[in-house]
Design a binder for this molecule. Structure first.
Ligand SMILES: O=C(NCc1cccc(CNc2ccc3[nH]ncc3c2)c1)c1cc(-c2ccc(F)cc2)cc(O)c1O
Ligand SMILES: [Mg+2]
Length: 215
């Protein structure tokens, strides 16, 4: 097919969603991915869990690792009060280009800082470049083998402080065994598993919420 899946997702947003209405963007993507083509958005079921954690944390500064088409970026940003923002990292330039347009369509561009690049390269520069002191919430949804090294890097860079919440997607499917073992056995985290399903399917998956307890 000539167009890419992210391009077809953007088309569905432009056809079905209302400019400036984040909920209509979310609904359009979920409908397309459930009835036309599966795609690796966090989806509506795990998305509701993400919403509840965002509302509970009321974060001022959010880091999202893995933007893809911006679906979870829009879910998070739509719940943020004025002055709060989400910095989202995307390594794949094609995904980033689509995500920018999806985020713009939702009208939330003022609450989002989309950075093209790899987590390992950007995390050490977060304090200096974005004036971030520490993150209130980190949503991990990028390459699954990067969850653990990036968590350790965030700790080393002082970007995780007492009370910071890590929320990880796909801890069952595709799975992140080394990350799970780390946050569940570390005395510095209080971890809990939210059982759900892989987006748009009946397969099991879930989110792991881990609160940093301090050193
Ligand atoms: O693998 C996944 N997502 C990550 C991902 C995947 C591809 C490309 C990128 C490129 N983006 C990227 C990379 C490195 C980066 N470093 N810093 C930022 C950053 C950004 C990211 C995934 C897979 C499945 C899944 C697939 C198949 C299946 F059968 C079941 C389940 C479901 C999901 O919900 C998933 O999230
Ligand atoms: Mg995911």
């Amino acid at each position: 097919t000539r167009t890419s899946r992210p391009q077809r997702i953007l088309k569905a947003v432009q056809r079905k969603a209302t400019v400036g209405d984040p909920q209509s963007v979310i609904t359009a993507i979920d409908h397309f991915c459930r009835h036309r083509e599966w795609a690796m958005n966090v989806g509506d079921e795990k998305g509701s869990i993400l919403d509840s954690v965002v509302n509970e944390v009321s974060p001022v500064t959010v880091l999202e690792l893995g933007t893809y088409c911006g679906y979870s970026t829009v879910r998070i940003a739509r719940l943020l009060p004025p002055g709060a923002c989400v910095i989202t990292l995307e390594f794949n330039p094609d995904y980033a280009a689509i995500a920018r347009q999806v985020i713009k369509w939702s009208g939330l561009e003022d609450k989002v800082q989309l950075v093209e690049g790899a987590s390992g390269d950007w995390i050490p520069w977060m304090k200096e470049h974005f004036g971030v002191q520490a993150f209130d919430l980190v949503f991990l949804d990028h390459w699954k083998e990067r969850y653990l090294p990036d968590t350790k890097l965030l700790e080393e860079c002082g970007l995780i402080q007492k009370g910071t919440v890590l929320l990880a997607d796909n801890v069952i499917c595709p799975g992140t065994p080394d990350y799970l073992e780390y946050v569940r056995n570390s005395p510095h985290y209080n971890s809990q598993y939210y059982r759900s399903h892989l987006e748009y399917t009946k397969a099991e998956d879930g989110l792991e919420k881990s609160v940093f307890l301090g050193y």
